[in-house]
Design a protein around this ligand. Structure first.
Ligand SMILES: NC(=O)C1=CN([C@@H]2O[C@H](COP(=O)(O)OP(=O)(O)OC[C@H]3O[C@@H](n4cnc5c(N)ncnc54)[C@H](O)[C@@H]3O)[C@@H](O)[C@H]2O)[C@@H](O)CC1
Ligand SMILES: [K+]
Length: 494
């Protein structure tokens, strides 16, 4: 599903108006959607308080208050912060509320109350403070249940950051399409359960908005998922090479290799420095093993053995020898490359040179940084508090001419052409040692089988998360490749 920034949502609103769906009509539908979710989700509420701001978010609140009074049979109170602008839709909605309107500073929330937070939504323009903030703090202290209209007030719809203060909502009802702030942390957790209500905006309004952001789902990349032909031999099904680090750190490369094999690569080779050969040989069965001493050995192997993708970084090491290998790969190899972990740390040491070289058409590169690695490679982007995670990932992707998988509980995948995806099926069980190594292997397997890099990255992240969900409590990274295989098998048979 498309994700719209607040500015794009405003455009959708204007387009709907042009298509004959008036904003007043949308406000009615929004208020009704809030009403029906309130009734459905909070049957135990003894009374309802609606907090209305001065803009259209408040307008939705006035409409909901009127509907709830008509149908809930419960006492409904309205408390306002500021008066709607004369002649606005919000003023019209306020005019239709027949009950009393209290000033927000006098509002006294109760534990048995459902509070409908309609202070600010997409129009939040500055930090929430003063009476607004104090009222919300009282709600939190009272322990009332909270339904947020569009967004918990104070939450940035663009970035998911809190401007000043925001309540933890039990449920958030937004309209038409989700916004980045609903899916990026901390916004994602503050929204509680997210409901995306259809308020009658026709999907056709999206055509000239050109949103380039989506929630990750198989519909985006299923068509590109590799399905091997019956006649393919193992090398046609993709040969993945994974570079191992020294003897004491071979586990990471093995996890990547195992994941690549389970994700359908026809052949997988671990390239090993001399001292790690023995350790690897005792552990590998179906995976092949090949020794390398110098960067040239790696280049020769890639060329002669028709390697179709490479993983470098997991457990690789961050010394000069390793730097020489990465430089050779970036400068002399056309094969799609997945750089993770130590490889990203190495790139960061030479970030100026690396980024300078990454201009124009370049061979496929996928970078998989977590928060710390991202900050090392793109320190200026990581510091910018005004940029959302999506904007940071997009800028990084453009600068590095790479698909960037910016990992975290809200992983964002971005391509140099501006396409971006927020992943939403992550699970806490994925936060385990070696999980990232598996992800790198999954990406490499899909690349080796010819899947385009952005789609491969999105698919790998989704499959990885789904595998983590499947395994759940007590899962280790060793369980992930097998679980990923099952997830992929199901997708391929769809
Ligand atoms: N775009 C659409 O298609 C629809 C929008 N609707 C509603 O309209 C909302 C957006 O309405 P608006 O653009 O009027 O914006 P809001 O109602 O979110 O807020 C705008 C008003 O709040 C003031 N304000 C902003 N931040 C403040 C702060 N921190 N402290 C004090 N005052 C602050 C502004 O000066 C302005 O008066 C959405 O969130 C949604 O609830 C719905 O009516 C349905 C359709
Ligand atoms: K709100």
């Amino acid at each position: 599903m498309e994700i719209l920034t607040p500015a794009e949502m405003a455009q959708a609103d204007r387009n709907a108006d042009r298509a004959g769906v008036a904003t007043w009509q949308l406000m009615q539908a929004a208020g009704e959607a809030v009403t029906s979710e309130a009734l459905k989700r909070f049957p135990g509420a003894a009374r309802i308080a609606v907090l209305c701001g001065p803009g259209n978010n408040g307008g939705d609140g006035y409409v909901a208050a009127a509907c709830l009074l008509a149908v809930s049979g419960l006492p409904v109170e309205v408390w306002r912060s500021g008066e709607p602008r004369a002649d606005s839709d919000a003023a019209k909605a306020a005019g239709q509320w027949v009950g009393a309107v209290g000033e927000l500073e006098e509002f006294s929330p109760q534990p048995d109350m459902l509070v409908i937070d309609a202070l600010y939504g997409a129009g939040l323009a500055r930090e929430l403070e003063g009476n607004d903030r104090r009222a919300l703090e009282r709600v939190r202290a009272a322990g009332s249940q909270v339904l947020a209209v569009d967004l918990p007030s104070g939450l940035s719809g663009l970035s998911g950051a809190v401007l000043g203060y925001a309540l933890q909502a039990d449920c958030t009802v937004t309209f038409f399409r989700p916004k980045p702030g609903h899916l990026l942390y901390p916004g994602r957790s503050l929204c509680g359960e997210l409901v995306v209500a259809d308020i009658g905006i026709p999907a056709g309004v999206l055509s000239d908005i050109g949103s380039r952001l989506w929630g990750n789902a198989p519909e985006l990349w299923l068509h590109a998922l590799p399905r091997p032909s019956a006649l393919a031999h193992k090398y046609q099904r993709g040969h993945v090479a994974v570079l191992s680090g020294k003897m004491s750190a071979t586990g990471a490369a093995r996890l990547s290799a195992e994941a690549a094999a389970r994700a359908g690569a026809g052949a997988v080779t671990v390239l090993s420095p001399p001292d790690a050969l023995a350790a690897l040989a005792t552990h590998l069965t179906a995976t092949m093993l090949h020794r390398f001493d110098t960067p040239d050995d790696v280049l020769t192997f890639v060329e002669q053995r028709k390697v179709q993708s490479l993983v470098c970084g997991p457990g690789f090491g961050t010394g000069e020898k390793q730097m020489a290998v990465i430089s050779a790969l970036l400068q002399q190899v056309e094969t799609p490359l997945v750089l993770d972990a130590d490889a990203i740390t190495l790139l960061a040491k030479e970030r100026e040179t690396f980024l300078k070289a990454r201009t124009g058409e370049k061979p496929t590169l996928v970078l998989t940084p977590h928060e710390g690695e991202f900050a090392r490679l793109f320190p200026d982007l990581a510091e910018g508090e005004t940029l959302s995670k999506v904007e940071r990932a997009r800028t990084a992707a453009k600068r590095a001419m790479a698909v960037v998988i910016y990992k975290g509980a809200d992983t964002v995948i971005a391509a140099p052409d501006g396409r971006a995806v927020i992943n939403t099926n992550g699970t806490v069980w994925l936060a385990t040692a070696g999980s990232g190594d598996v992800l790198a292997g999954l990406v490499a397997a899909l690349l080796a089988q010819g899947m385009p890099p952005f789609e491969a990255a999105c698919a790998a992240v989704w499959v990885h998360a789904e595998a983590g969900r499947r395994e759940g409590f007590g899962m280790t990274a060793e369980d992930l490749p097998q679980a990923a295989r099952k997830v992929l098998a199901k997708l391929i048979n769809r």
